[in-house]
Design a protein around this ligand. Structure first.
Ligand code: ZN
Length: 327
């Protein structure tokens, strides 16, 4: 009986076994990275998850809705930073104000964002560092990938990277004198609201994914001109597809191949501009992108060329720049 069964159905079993093993070998394993606004790119693994996002058991959660967008915030700080016994509640209020403003601009009701927040105290470094988690599956489908914040905002019912990961990470460096109100900062104070709106705007996809000098800037080995995964064609941020030089040469073509030159990154082809139709229409002409002659990791190509809005590359103390579309 047994033998007959195998003879009769053995071939079918072989096919089923082949399909099952094929299913395993082609199973879509999620690839993930975090793209910090200082240019660093870190590939996410099970091993580094806890060191980056903290111990979930120690996190304090905040859930609130603004303009139909649900913000799910996890604070890693314990008795410091956003959970500082004295200043914590004021700092959180500024964070909520920033998200409120971003949600009002985006107008994506039904969206959701999972944000993980942490703090550092570092002398002489960034004010804040943030960025989206970007996920993709192999084999890679080239195209636009603005990261999980953007995807989760546009479809609140599908968590693009699952419940184990936030959509973005935000780290604030409290080693500065911050203004925590909604008015104007004092002459020596950095306006926290401006800083946070800036970082969230990077988080929603206002950033370049294009590698340049990646061994120094990104901490990886992606060849110049490649996107998130370091391959060709690749997945790029939407912003990258709008990057164009003053001589009208694009960085990325419509098939998501890099077609630029190294000189483009340092303004060598008559500067860098944004050819996005909406930005061009608001500004009146293509707004200029920050691309100084010495490449600045994380700053070059990912900001406006100091046009007065919140996405300028830097902010001085005493200055308030809160508007995304100020120009
Ligand atoms: Zn920035």
């Amino acid at each position: 009986m047994k033998n007959y069964f195998f003879k009769r159905y053995g071939f079918l079993f072989l096919i089923l076994f082949y399909l099952a093993s094929a299913g395993i070998s082609f199973s879509q394993e999620m690839q993930a990275l975090i793209a910090y606004s200082n240019g660093t790119i870190i590939k996410l693994t099970e091993d580094n998850r806890k060191s980056i996002f903290g111990d979930e058991n120690l996190q304090q959660k905040d859930l609130f809705t603004a303009y139909g967008v649900t913000f799910n915030i996890s604070y890693q700080d314990v008795n410091t930073g956003f959970n500082d016994p004295t200043l914590g509640s004021q700092r959180k209020a500024v964070l909520q104000n920033a998200l409120h403003y971003v949600a009002s601009v985006l107008n994506t009701p039904g969206g959701r964002v999972d944000i993980n927040v942490s703090s550092v105290y570092l002398a002489g470094q960034y004010l804040a560092n943030a960025g989206p988690i970007v996920v993709w599956y192999l084999p890679l489908t080239p195209g636009i990938n603005n990261g999980c914040v953007s995807q989760h905002l546009l479809n609140g019912s599908v968590d693009p990277n699952g419940p184990g990961y936030p959509d973005m990470q935000l780290t604030v460096n409290w080693n500065y004198n911050y203004y925590l109100g909604t008015g104007d900062p004092g002459p020596m104070q950095f306006d926290l609201l401006s800083v946070l709106i800036h970082e969230f705007t990077h988080g929603i996809g206002f950033l370049s994914s294009i590698a340049y000098n990646d061994s120094v800037c990104g901490g990886g080995s992606r060849p110049n001109g490649t996107g998130w995964t370091g391959s060709q064609p690749d997945i790029y941020s939407a912003m990258d597809t709008f990057l164009v030089t003053g001589n009208n040469n694009y960085f990325i073509n419509s098939s998501f191949y890099y077609i630029g030159q190294n000189s483009y990154f340092v303004g060598g082809d008559n500067g860098v501009y944004c050819a996005g139709p909406q930005a061009t229409s608001v500004w009146g002409t293509r707004p200029r992108i920050y691309a100084p002659s010495t490449f600045a990791c994380g700053s070059s190509i990912s900001h406006w060329n100091s046009l007065g809005g919140v996405m300028d590359p830097s902010i001085a103390p005493g200055v308030k720049k809160t508007r995304i579309f100020t120009f």
